[in-house]
Design a protein around this ligand. Structure first.
Ligand code: EPZ
Length: 415
């Protein structure tokens, strides 16, 4: 079965450790293609999207193996350059493999990426970045083919894009000459990719701002890095703490990566403090609605925590208002929460919440990753039993959400 069953109505309490970051691990896996040898990602999350990226690397000729949560990738013979649309269609981040294929083999052919149905999700910024570096790219209905020796260039992104920034970085590190990337996304995952590549010998300058300068090198050494804790998973569990008015401890919080979220958490009446490297959160005082909040590129409030936050806001009496500024269709979970008794009005980018109406358990349907996780949170806050269908969406990004929430006292089982 693809269901999760929850019995809600009780505050969460206890300690939880956070898995490795999905959105940091995936570009680092693509970067591993740039070294003709063995690279390792330590503390890598064992989630569906990582397994999917691993399968693609193997089809390109890599050998991979796991020792617990350490993922080894031997890319010595990973010289194939075609990825089927079936494989690329399974997730969004397959698209950044094009930059890595061009960097390694000067050609690549792949299907269009998939990913959560949260909006259009075009790839124009990715292709523009690669063309600026000299790639010749043909686009067809089902695939993109690119070839050419890459040469450093100035790439000015008209809008901030995490994936397109990562695409440009992956293609530029082995390109001839200097590349400057302007108006880059500043998400931590971009910085972690730069750290990983620097560790491989790439010459990347940039202090986390929106400009990154790269001097191409001849080759890269083995990658070897610890995957950072997943800031979105940590934020999801803090939203669960808020929604159930619980008290939880996060053993390994992502340092300095949740500031915008924690500011909102405090405004809602939540309290938290860091003690010996752990984050202690107290949601018992959560009582203030959020009059207005818009999702923004980092360091603003992350779009990936918009749905989990909604699950907390529906429990707080009063009016809250969210504007989703990054993706066009990211309120699917709101309609399911309304079926549980919530009062959320959605119109375009806006969601208006009349919070405080009691939530009751029922059967709800996950349709994408973060919205699915949000439904679990709403179910934990609801009276009675809820079945969340579509666990396959949720397992793409959460390694053990049921075990984690059970460890925090939640009554939750995977069918
Ligand atoms: C990454 O997606 C993350 N995925 C997303 O997390 C996250 O929500 C998003 O960044 C924003 O932070 C991974 O890292 C695998 P974007 P990405 O390019 O790179 C538009 C999750 O739940 N755009 O920063 O696809 C786009 O439509 C996922 O873990 C273009 O117009 O996001 C969006 O409106 C969901 N043209 C905006 O930019 C392009 O070529 C930001 O998208 C590319 C993007």
């Amino acid at each position: 079965m693809d269901d999760i069953r929850i019995e809600g109505g009780r505050p969460l309490g206890g300690t939880v450790a956070i898995q490795g970051s999905k959105n940091a691990a995936l570009p680092m896996m693509a970067a591993s293609l740039l070294h003709r040898g063995v690279s390792v990602l330590k503390g890598c999350p064992r989630i569906a999207d990582v397994f999917c990226m691993e399968e693609i690397l193997k089809k390109l000729g890599a050998c991979t193996w796991w020792i617990d949560h350490d993922l080894y990738m031997d890319c010595t013979n990973a010289d194939k350059t075609e990825i089927s649309g079936t494989d690329t269609g399974k997730m969004r981040s397959s698209v950044i493999l094009l930059g890595a294929l061009l960097g390694r083999s000067h050609r690549g052919c792949m299907g269009y990426p998939g990913g959560c149905v949260i909006g259009e999700r075009p790839i124009d910024l990715h292709l523009t970045a690669l063309r600026r570096l000299g790639a010749e790219i043909e686009e067809r209905p089902f695939f993109v083919a690119a070839c050419g020796e890459l040469e450093g260039a100035e790439i000015i992104f008209p809008k901030k894009s995490v994936g397109a920034t990562e695409q440009g970085i992956l293609a530029a590190v082995l390109a001839a000459g200097e590349t400057s990337l302007v108006n880059c996304a500043r998400e931590p995952e971009v910085q972690w990719l730069c750290r990983y590549l620097r560790g491989m010998g790439a010459k990347i300058a940039g202090d986390g701002g929106d400009c990154i300068r790269i001097t191409g090198v001849e080759s890269l050494n083995a990658g070897n890095m610890q995957v950072p804790p997943d800031r979105i998973v940590a934020g999801t569990y803090l939203c669960a703490c808020a929604a159930t008015r619980g008290c939880i401890t996060i053993e390994n919080p992502p340092e300095g990566e949740l500031d915008a979220f924690l500011e909102v958490y405090r405004k809602m009446g939540g309290q938290y403090h860091i003690k010996s490297g752990k984050l202690l959160a107290d949601g018992t005082g959560i009582c203030h609605p959020v009059p207005f909040l818009e999702t923004e590129e980092y360091p603003g409030f992350p779009t990936d925590l918009q749905s989990p936050l909604l699950a907390a806001l529906v429990t707080i009496p009063g009016k809250s208002h969210i504007m989703e500024m990054i993706f066009e269709d990211r309120y699917k979970a709101a309609y399911e929460m309304n079926r549980m008794g919530a009062w959320i009005t959605v119109a375009g980018k806006d969601a208006w919440v009349e919070g405080g109406y009691p939530l009751h358990g029922c059967t709800v349907y996950a349709q994408e990753l973060r919205g699915g996780a949000a439904l679990i949170l709403a179910a934990l806050a609801a009276e009675g039993k809820t079945t969340v269908k579509g666990y396959s969406f949720i397992r793409r990004g959460y390694e053990h959400i049921c075990e984690d929430l059970r460890a925090l006292g939640g009554i939750i089982v995977k069918d």
